[in-house]
Design a binder for this molecule. Structure first.
Ligand code: SF4
Length: 511
């Protein structure tokens, strides 16, 4: 429907004689998914929500021609019903701090000139003309940026490890294989601001000594792929990719490699195998990809959101970035807020923001005023967080301490009506389906766990099944080869810890 709205705006403005004066720009996602389609009028900064085709006439006739705001299309705060014309007044945006998402919803992602107008490719120019590769690594290290794909490893340190080995070729790989159910952070960044990822990949290439970059992206993201293709072509045309960038000795090219949508290919060794055209199976580390990665050469694999934070760090300095967040987790994190929450969408908050602030202040609380039951962070690898931990400030360590994990940023909210045993079963069905089958604990162990959960939720479970679930879960965690298997039991183990009574209810009431 948004595309039809764009076309209607163009034809209406044309027929009203404003075709030349007013530009209609398609942007990436604003993040406020529950309120789409969104139309923002610049420079007035007026934000219209849930715009229908039939509203276009009013916006043009009233706002564009007469300069009068169309009140009925303004967002109303659920509690006060107060209409808010500017997006930064809304509770959904007020507590957000947009670094990775800074250009999403602002620029036309298919026009490199708009990216350039917002300091695009300045960071690349700065590192190539003012810094040595070692200095770039020092800047990124000093910023405290950690991998946003889930691992949380220091990005600058990863680049340093990849720079050190001597090799005739090195590679930068962008991991865009976002596969968690309910996660769409990376897709939105690539659809809304593809150039920032290309620019950061080139910076990483300069830092580690690579002349080739590869974006590994799932084929299910056609719009992101199309926008990347357009962006690569434009960056080549403008000389930001290719030979002798900014008239220096540095050359860098980027290719796109499509993945078939296997969750396990988010794991870096499996991803590298898939890029090499092999079966996407993980291998034991060491050796780490920074020593022997793609084609056996030193390779730095970084996630989309990590790359999206790099250019502002170069331009504003590492002190600026490290002043945001907590002691151990610097900067911001993007979360895909979904489930039983009023404001479904994509949010970016400083590390250290509490879950309560995200769910209630930004997310607008639970649908229908129902009681909050739990939130799952870290997707199928994470665990549930209950009301007792809602005031936990979000960072890598604190989420781990309460039995969950940051993961890539999926955040699914459950209310009082949700059965936590069914939720655990849903996640386990996903991971056992996505298991690559290479090692026995994960291949067979998750299957057996799923069978036990199925038995319990069908009303045929016995108390001993709970013990079996625990024992199996713990032994899979200890013995599986890769992160997928090692974390697959987490949703079951954490619901067993916090919602044990629901397992008992299934067994005792035979339901
Ligand atoms: Fe494959 Fe699972 Fe073993 Fe990982 S843990 S290698 S996904 S079977």
């Amino acid at each position: 429907q948004s595309l039809e709205i764009v076309d209607k705006f163009k034809s209406k403005l044309e027929s009203a004689g404003y075709g030349e004066e007013v530009a209609v720009i398609k942007t990436g996602c604003f993040g406020f998914c529950g309120q789409g389609p969104i139309v923002k009028i610049h420079p007035d900064n007026i934000f219209y929500v849930q715009v229908a085709l039939t509203d276009v006439d009013d916006i043009v006739n009233e706002h564009i021609i007469k300069g009068r705001v169309v009140e009925r299309l303004l967002y109303k705060e659920p509690e006060t019903q107060k209409a808010l014309p500017k997006h930064d007044e809304m509770s959904f945006y007020k507590k957000q701090y947009r670094i990775a998402l800074r250009n999403c919803g602002l620029i036309n992602p298919e026009d490199i000139n708009e990216y350039i107008a917002f300091n695009g490719y300045e960071a690349l120019g700065k590192v190539l003309t003012e810094h040595t590769p070692e200095q770039v690594i020092d800047i990124v290290k000093a910023s405290g940026l950690r991998g946003r794909g889930g691992g949380g490893f220091l990005t600058g340190l990863k680049w340093e490890f990849t720079r050190k080995p001597v090799a005739d070729q090195k590679y930068v790989i962008c991991n865009a294989d976002e596969g968690d159910p309910g996660a769409f952070m990376d897709r939105s960044i690539l659809e809304g601001d593809p150039h920032t990822v290309l620019e950061a990949m080139a910076i990483a290439g300069y830092a580690i000594g690579a002349s080739e970059g590869i974006i590994y992206i799932r084929a299910e993201y056609p719009l992101a792929i199309k926008r990347l293709e357009v962006a690569i072509e434009q960056a080549q045309e403008y000389g930001f990719l290719g030979k002798n960038i900014f008239s220096t000795d540095f050359s860098f090219e980027i290719k796109i490699k499509l993945g078939a949508g296997a969750f396990v290919c988010g794991e870096e060794t499996a991803l590298i195998h898939s890029v090499e055209g092999k079966r996407g199976e993980p291998t034991k580390k060491p050796p780490y990809p920074s020593i022997a990665g793609f084609n056996g050469k030193p390779t730095s694999v970084n996630n989309v959101e990590t790359f999206a934070s790099v250019c502002p760090i170069i331009l504003k300095g590492p002190e600026w970035f490290s002043s945001i967040g907590t002691e151990t987790s610097k900067g911001t994190k993007v979360f895909a807020l979904a489930g039983k929450i009023n404001n479904v969408g994509l949010v970016e908050v400083p590390m250290g923001t509490t879950l309560r602030e995200i769910i209630y202040d930004i997310g607008g609380g639970i649908i229908g005023g129902k009681a909050f039951k739990a939130v799952q962070t870290g997707g199928p690898s994470g665990g549930v967080i209950t009301v007792a931990d809602l005031d936990t400030p979000i960072d890598y360590e604190s989420l781990k301490n309460i039995g969950s994990m940051m993961g890539s940023g999926g955040m699914i909210v459950m209310d009082e009506d949700d059965c936590m045993v069914n939720i655990a079963k849903f996640y386990l069905e996903f991971t056992q389906d996505e298991s690559c089958g290479k090692c026995t604990p994960c291949r067979l162990g998750t299957k057996r766990m799923y069978e036990l959960l199925d038995k319990i939720t069908q009303g045929n479970g016995a108390m001993e099944d709970i013990d079996k679930l625990r024992t199996l879960g713990n032994s899979i965690k200890d013995s599986a080869l890769c992160g997928l298997g090692q974390t697959a039991p987490n949703p079951v183990l954490s619901t067993l810890e916090y919602f044990y009574d629901e397992y008992i209810a299934h067994i005792k009431d035979k339901r």
